[in-house]
Design a protein around this ligand. Structure first.
Ligand code: LCV
Length: 252
């Protein structure tokens, strides 16, 4: 803590901060500890100078083929819920590359500050993963639809400078200024009303997650998703990442 600003540093950089149970547990415990210690704003960051901020979901912890990789108890879902339900504003500070599910973690923060040259790579379509409704809502609430569709369908790295043009990223600064900017923002937040901030964040989260899907529609979507996570393409996508080669999808 610095004053009432909580600092949460993701330190699994040797494993590219992959979002497996170990890192997600560090994140959730860290948020709870900082709020319990009186933090009125939290900065999430990693060690400075990384090439990869997070490589996304830990592909070695994906459930066995044929099981939903994004079920509510999976690490990514737990991490996003922790970010959204944390009662204090979260400033996330990114540099290097943010991949896959880590993109949703970043988008679940309240304020995003990035080092110039950082990139966001949203990759479910490269793995053959059927993203899920609540995850898509996270993205729809922070990325304009056509930009989100291009990111999803192309699965390419997008510069933070481009995303900042659409308000997806709050600030892009030289890496040397990143820390100071995050602290300046958090320093302003801790001077405002914690009660007002908490109830504002709670309402925004509730309103943004009000998913207008009826039960029939939801069941239909889940049936469609099951076709994907039981497909050969999904098996091939995960294998291709593990074998560090381009995937060869056949649409089955
Ligand atoms: C476990 C890894 C990973 C990894 N997990 O280093 O959003 S969804 O729906 O797609 C969701 C399911 C999800 O998030 O899926 C994962 C999405 N992530 C990716 O597609 C990124 C996959 N990784 C890469 O493209 C490269 O690793 C990057 C560009 C991140 C870094 O490349 P670099 O050449 O610097 P390596 O590829 O050599 O990786 C270093 C070690 O980290 C492992 C990788 O297998 C390698 O392990 P070994 O040293 O044992 O060979 N690794 C990389 N990503 N997501 N492990």
């Amino acid at each position: 803590m610095i004053g009432r600003v909580g600092l949460l540093t993701l330190t699994h950089t040797k494993k590219l901060n992959v979002m497996g149970n170990a890192l997600v547990t560090q994140l959730i415990d860290g948020l709870n500890t900082l709020v319990g210690s009186g933090a009125l704003a939290i900065i999430i960051k990693t060690l400075p100078g990384v090439k990869v901020w997070s490589a996304g979901y830990d592909i070695h912890e994906l459930p066995p083929h044929g099981q939903d990789p994004l079920e509510c108890h999976e690490p990514l879902r737990r991490a996003v819920r922790a970010m959204q339900t944390c009662q204090v504003p979260i400033v996330i500070q990114i540099e290097g590359g943010v991949w896959g599910g880590a993109c949703e973690l970043v988008m679940s923060a309240d304020i995003v500050v990035a080092a110039a040259g950082a990139t966001i790579s949203f990759t479910p379509s490269r793995l053959g993963v059927p993203y899920n409704p609540s995850g898509i809502m996270s993205f729809l609430n922070s990325i304009p639809l056509h930009i989100l569709k291009e990111m999803f369908f192309r699965a390419q790295s997008v510069p933070v400078e481009r995303l900042a043009q659409y308000g997806v990223i709050n600030h892009v600064v030289p890496a040397a200024e990143l820390e100071d900017l995050a602290m300046e923002i958090a320093g302003d937040i801790v001077k405002t009303s914690p009660l007002s901030n908490a109830v504002f964040k709670e309402q925004v989260t509730s309103i943004c997650n009000a998913l207008p899907l009826n039960s029939n529609e939801f069941e239909r979507i889940e049936a469609s998703r099951r076709v994907v996570y039981t497909s050969e393409d999904y098996r091939e996508g995960v294998l291709a990442i593990k074998e560090k080669r381009p995937p060869r999808f056949r649409g089955v």
